[in-house]
Design a binder for this molecule. Structure first.
Ligand code: ARG
Ligand code: ZN
Length: 876
């Protein structure tokens, strides 16, 4: 194999030939599926005659090829590394091909594959080329007509995009269904499903009066787990009508649950295919977090019907055009149906931990990359989540009304087209009349901007001077960064009154909660008529995806934690305060000095626990210490053991000092109403379980008893899992083992619950976590070819910071062994799984050497393009 070569955005050319209509016939067989394709091809009107026809194709056995009914001779076409090339073609013609593929051998889960005996597809980004020869690029859009032929007994259900138009029996116990999709689409939105599936059906009438049939297809034993997804789908459909004026455009909308799936889900036109973990829920098997995740993903895929399908991407460099916008849409939807402040806190804490780490590592890339080797490696937090943060900034910059007008303009102007990020931003600029040219840099510049802020209050003149200085650290391939347009939402909180002071900037009144715009490298903002000394509350609600440094004293932070009018910044002030205390303790641990708990943190927690909370879910977040991963993000050099010890010390100190308060909160929130995934109940459960985690951190008899009783009460998975985790993560194997055994036996038949069972044990802090992983890899419920299992066992272990980063390097070795095996089986998953090893620069020299050693060992293999790209970057 020759070395994989990068593809550049600057090389983009429109296709020489387009396909206006695609007719497919699948004759299904696990080892030898026959795919006939008839493509209606035309030369692009602007392109000169004589360009060869180039089609993509991988792992296809060509059986027949003809143009306008005339079979081609051996010398009239060529099979190339990329696919198929026909040197001379007319300006307009029909191309017929027939290929053979083997779904049962497809462990990469791209193209047509089998999962639990059923057939399904995953074509985004470049899976369609494993199904038939085709111009596999998103700017080729065709209507599709698909006939699926299967065994009437084994595959009674045969699905594809659009509407079923014909069905019938065939000789030999076979049958077929023909589907027609009237909306032109790129082939990455093609889907096929065949198998013994059962459906749950419901209906939705659009605002315009179209009656839509909604179906969720699952294996029979999962029929009882679809209610929440169906309810979420209907809410999402209504929300998109009310919020964006977007209606569904077919008479049928289908969701299918499959067990083997690389990602969460896929927005194929009219036939969304979901990882079963992203669609199935039941109070007994799924936690509150899982219910919320399902709601968000169902909405996300549905919203793609407009932001992605009706208007799609010109090329894969524009991936964030559809993903950033759609994530922003699903975030807003979830905020509207749940506790909005908690939704934002969860988003941001995840973002600051995981996306900031990506931005700081060797695979950092812009939201719109300018080159890639394997696009499958770019379904990242940067493209998705940072892309969503950029769209959120846009919405805040231009205001909702202009944003909505811009969105309408975008969908109207580009309906049925494949477009770029500039096209989207131009609509926003036109609708708002704002100049967004500097803002566009957000898309092309990688790395997390850092803002150093300081302020000074001039008592004599009632003036507050705020100086902001921005810099973006160099990232691979981008040594020099330019200043960005960064919107900073802020308030000045008066230290006497505890209230937001009116903001006057350059004679203009901004209200008490205003936005200032940082355009330069350094800018001074002079607020006048400031009646009292303020503490600034900066980047409220995380108004930009930046790291903002301000020299807050601990008193300032305690003050903001109680007085800030912005709920997000109240939470953030508490996090900052805890981080300062943790810093001291990390240093104490490293220096072998006795650890002393900061009394201000204890008092802050005491106050939180004493107040009557208006939002229990927010309180639960405020009582949650920064994760080890987030603490690590703040350290210049990561000391996993010191971080773990410091955090544990804070947790136990708080539990000892405030034991009765935690007990009271636990008792006050243990009401056992019939389970519902509703904000109020979810808040109550989170608060109760946070309290329990403090009580269990000191492992006194009462805490243990409460955890044990909660586990045995078996009321719902949220409470059971919380209790089980605490028992298993305790120092007492006499608590851990019986609980694990009981849980494992009870749920042996349910793969999604067994995933949780795997994760809980391998994330325990005890030193046997690694041995458990090895042991569990031989468990009958584990399988290396199922991505959910790999994530639940190996992925979860790699997040177990003290055990994955064991000083003997055994954690790294285990991960590398699995990555090497997956390189052959499923390159996309292999390239994702290796991520923790690529972050070696953050650790001490011994660990650096061990991690690099494993990366080198992986490099010695015959690598898939996916892994090749990641490993080369990591070792560059
Ligand atoms: N478009 C899908 C979604 O965001 C994800 C597809 C991912 N495909 C892949 N090969 N990584 O919902
Ligand atoms: Zn998406």
């Amino acid at each position: 194999m020759s070395e994989p070569q990068p593809i550049y955005l600057s090389d983009y050319r429109p296709p020489a030939y387009r396909v206006t209509h695609t007719e497919l016939t699948f004759d299904l067989d696990p080892a030898a599926t026959r795919v006939k394709a008839r493509l209606h091809v035309e030369r692009h009107p602007d392109r000169e005659a004589g360009a060869p026809l180039e089609l993509d194709g991988e792992q296809l056995a060509l059986k027949a090829i003809a143009i306008d009914g005339q079979p081609l001779g051996e010398d009239e076409y060529a099979l190339t590394e990329r696919g198929l090339r026909v040197e001379r073609v007319p300006a307009r013609f029909l191309l017929d091909t027939e290929v053979e593929i083997a779904p049962e051998d497809n462990t990469a889960l791209e193209g047509l594959y089998q999962s639990n005996g059923m057939y399904c597809t995953q074509c985004e980004a470049e899976g369609f080329r494993r199904i038939t020869f085709y111009p596999d690029r998103p700017d080729v859009m065709a209507t599709f007509s698909t006939t699926v032929i299967g065994d009437a007994g084994r595959e009674p259900v045969l699905l594809s995009n659009g509407n079923p138009v014909e069905r019938g029996e065939l000789p030999g116990g076979r049958h077929f269904v023909t589907w027609e999709d009237p909306h032109p689409k790129p082939c990455y939105l093609f889907a096929l499903v065949a198998g013994d599936l059962k459906k749950v059906e419901d209906g939705f009438t659009t605002a315009g009066g179209r009656d839509v049939t909604l179906q969720i297809w699952v294996e029979e034993e999962n029929l009882g787990k679809t209610d929440h997804a169906m309810a979420s789908l209907k809410r999402a459909m209504r929300w998109d009508e009310e919020t964006y004026g977007r209606e569904y455009d077919l008479d049928l909308f289908m969701i299918v649950a499959v067990n083997d799936f690389n990602m969460g889900a896929m927005e194929n036109k009219g036939l969304n295919i979901f990882n079963s973990a992203a669609v199935l829920t039941h109070p007994d098997t799924a936690t509150d977090a899982a219910f919320q995740r399902v709601e968000g993903i169902v909405a996300h895929e549905y919203f793609h019907n407009w932001s992605g399908n009706r208007v799609t991407c010109r090329d894969w460099f524009q991936l964030s055009l559809k993903e950033g916008f759609t994530v922003f849409r699903d975030q807003c939807f979830s905020a509207d149906t749940n506790s909005a402040p908690v939704k934002r806190i969860e988003e941001v804490s995840f973002f600051r931990t995981a996306q900031f780490a990506e931005d700081a590592g060797p695979t950092a890339h812009p939201v719109r990359p300018d080159h890639y080797i394997e696009i499958g490696n770019f379904y990242t937090l940067t493209i998705y989540e940072k892309g969503a943060e950029i769209v959120r900034m846009l919405r805040n910059l231009v205001g909702w009304d202009a944003f909505r007008r811009g969105s309408d303009r975008y969908f109207e102007r580009f309906d049925g087209q494949a477009v770029t990020i500039e096209d989207f931003v131009a609509c926003m600029a036109e609708a708002s009349g704002r100049d967004l040219s500097q803002f566009l840099r957000w898309y092309d510049q990688a790395g997390t901007p850092e803002i150093d802020a300081h302020g000074e209050y001039d008592y004599a003149n009632g003036v507050y001077r705020l100086v902001l200085r921005q810099r973006t650290p160099a990232t691979p391939g981008q040594p020099d960064k330019r200043p960005l347009h960064i919107p900073i939402r802020l308030g000045l909180v008066g230290t006497k009154t505890g209230r937001d002071l009116p903001l006057t900037l350059d004679g203009e009144a901004l209200g008490t909660d205003g936005v200032i715009h940082l355009h330069e490298e350094e800018q001074e903002f002079v607020f006048t008529e400031v009646a009292e000394a303020p503490v600034p509350s900066l980047a409220r609600n995380f108004s930009a995806p930046v790291k903002l440094h301000f020299p807050y004293s601990r008193e300032d932070l305690a003050f903001l934690q109680t007085h800030d009018s912005d709920g997000f910044n109240r939470w953030d002030a508490g996090q900052r305060l805890a981080l300062l205390a943790l810093d001291d303790l990390i240093a104490a641990h490293r220096n072998g000095v006795e650890k002393v708990m900061d009394g201000r943190v204890v008092e802050a927690f005491r106050a939180l626990l004493a107040a009557e909370p208006d939002d229990k879910a927010v309180l639960a977040e405020m009582l949650t210490l920064p994760s080890e991963a987030y603490i690590a993000e703040q350290q210049p050099l990561v000391d996993v053991d010191a971080i773990h010890a410091a955090r544990q010390f804070v947790k136990q100190s708080l539990a000892l000092a405030l034991r009765d308060d935690f007990l009271r909160v636990y008792e006050a929130n243990r009401r056992e109403a019939p389970y519902a995934p509703e904000p109020e109940q979810i808040g109550e459960r989170s608060l109760k379980n946070v309290a329990l985690s403090y009580l269990m951190s000191i492992e006194d008899e009462e805490g243990i008893e409460l955890a044990r009783r909660q586990f045995e009460a078996d009321h719902n998975m949220t409470d059971v899992r919380a209790a089980l985790t605490l028992l298993v993560h305790s120092s007492r194997d006499d608590l851990a083992d019986p609980a694990l055994r009981a849980f494992g036996e009870k749920w042996a038949h349910d793969p999604l619950v067994m995933d949780q069972w795997f994760s809980i044990q391998v994330s325990r802090p005890q030193s046997d976590a690694l041995e458990r992983v090895k042991f569990l890899m031989d468990h009958p419920a584990f399988s290396l070819t199922n991505p959910n299992k790999v994530r639940a066992l190996i992925g979860a272990f790699a997040q177990n910071r003290i055990n994955f980063h064991r000083a003997d390097g055994e954690g790294y070795r285990l991960l590398a062994d699995v990555v090497i095996e997956l390189n052959r089986l499923n390159p996309e998953i292999a390239a994702r799984l290796v991520t923790p090893l690529t972050r070696w620069q953050r650790f001490d020299e011994t660990r650096q050497d061990l991690m690099k050693g494993e990366l080198e060992r992986i490099r010695g293999e015959a690598l898939s393009p996916n892994l090749y790209e990641v490993i080369e970057k990591a070792l560059a």
